[in-house]
Write a protein that binds this ligand. Structure first.
Ligand SMILES: [Zn+2]
Length: 403
């Protein structure tokens, strides 16, 4: 038996007026989804319990069968794992965004212009983060260079008791005064942020960026704190050899911590211009190499949701259907071996809200051995109409693999 998960990040949505009152999934051309869904078990699943923040971290852990209550230790540790940092039990890690702040003389008077410094390239970011590390690293704190604007600070024998650290993408365009760390245990973190501005503001690479019309990456912003993640090995948990295919550090980190084979695919961007073919081919290769379970995470629908790109969101869904789901399931069918397919988003990212919600999301499980009376077309409404509702999200993976 082979198991394929195609995770459409942020796919679920509400009806959109400009799409004729349809949801992006309803509007999208999805022949491969619909073909499988006709004989699949479809329903709704609550991937993020009420009261938890509907992040991709918690939601993907749920889909993968991990109870976020006992397996989620923060976002940054998962990313730290992905960029190869081996955290000690006593380390606390923080996401260090490279951001763009305005240039008022006092740090606390600044406004945050951009949480990602114009989507800074990994190459540019690497220069700046290494420069900061040279100047700021000490016995207690170490900075590590990651991907694009997403980097990592490790605090040796640090504490999680640092008050509220605000995600910078939630405060774009706002004065930072209300959001800088003020807790007494967070003073060193705040100092690092202030020092990073002094070091970065006149860095030659930033002067160069401004000349090219790009925003300077003139400060770090610390948030997303957590301790070393402790996920049970996926193979021990479910008895299958698993692979993770994703453009996103967070998912790669989940893959690493759960002992999966994390596949690097060239040209993946996390956006609608990503290398969809490359992901499909990588999945086929993993199956050919003897893996039992492949998780293909595709970020594009989520990004379209965040950016309110009404045309691109259904387009992204159609492309994943055509270029990933179609060819990979065709390959699986061609081998003659039985296989199952799970199609689901992690959470909803409604275009109208430009952010994630806790709404239950539509899913289906196709089992080549066991055709069911499925749904004619698969979307939020038809999934709801089946009446099947998985209220505890992390119980789905067990059903997917063992039923
Ligand atoms: Zn998102």
């Amino acid at each position: 038996m082979k198991y394929l998960v195609v995770l459409f990040d942020g796919m679920a949505d509400y009806p959109v007026e400009q799409l004729g009152g349809k949801t992006p999934l309803e509007y999208a051309d999805t022949p491969n989804i619909d073909k499988l869904a006709k004989t699949a078990t479809a329903g709704l699943i609550k991937t993020v319990a009420d009261g938890l923040k509907p992040g991709s971290d918690v939601a993907n852990l749920s889909v993968l069968g991990y109870n976020p209550d006992d397996s989620y230790t923060g976002r940054s540790p998962l990313e730290a794992g992905s960029i190869g940092i081996d955290m000690k039990e006593t380390d606390v890690s923080f996401r260090a965004n490279l951001v763009t702040l305005t240039d008022e003389p006092a740090y606390e008077d600044k406004t945050i212009l951009d949480y990602c410094a114009d989507d800074i390239s990994t190459e540019d970011a690497d220069v700046l983060v290494k420069f900061l590390a040279e100047k700021l690293d000490n016995e207690e704190f170490k900075l590590y260079s990651g991907v694009s604007y997403r980097h990592c600070l490790i605090w040796d024998k640090g504490t999680l008791d640092v008050g509220t650290l605000t995600p910078p993408h939630d405060i774009t365009g706002k004065p930072i005064k209300e959001y800088v760390p003020t807790h007494e245990n967070a003073q060193k973190l705040y100092d690092l942020m202030k020092k990073s501005y002094e070091l970065l503001k006149d860095h030659p690479l930033n002067l160069e960026r401004v000349k090219k019309g790009l925003r300077p990456a003139n400060s770090i912003w610390l948030w997303g704190e957590g301790v070393r993640a402790n996920l049970m090995n996926f193979k021990e948990k479910f008895g299958v050899k698993a692979s993770m295919i994703s453009a996103v550090d967070l998912l790669k980190g989940i893959g690493k911590f759960s002992g999966m084979n994390v596949v690097e695919v060239d040209g993946v961007t996390g956006y609608i211009d990503t290398n969809f073919e490359g992901k499909a081919q990588a999945a086929i290769n993993e199956f050919k190499n003897g893996q039992d379970f492949v998780y293909i995470h595709v970020e594009a629908p989520d990004e379209c949701g965040h950016r309110n790109e009404i045309d691109n969101k259904p387009k992204a869904i159609s492309i994943i259907d055509k270029v990933i789901l179609g060819p990979v399931t065709e390959y699986l069918a061609s081998t003659g071996e039985d296989f199952k397919v799970l199609v689901t988003p992690d959470h909803a990212t409604p275009l109208s809200l430009k952010t994630h919600t806790n709404d239950p999301v539509p899913f289906f499980i196709y089992d080549s051995r066991n055709p069911k009376n499925g749904v004619d077309t698969f979307n939020e409404n038809t999934a709801k109409e089946t009446g099947l509702f998985i209220e505890v999200g992390h119980t789905l993976m067990e059903k997917f693999i063992n039923e």
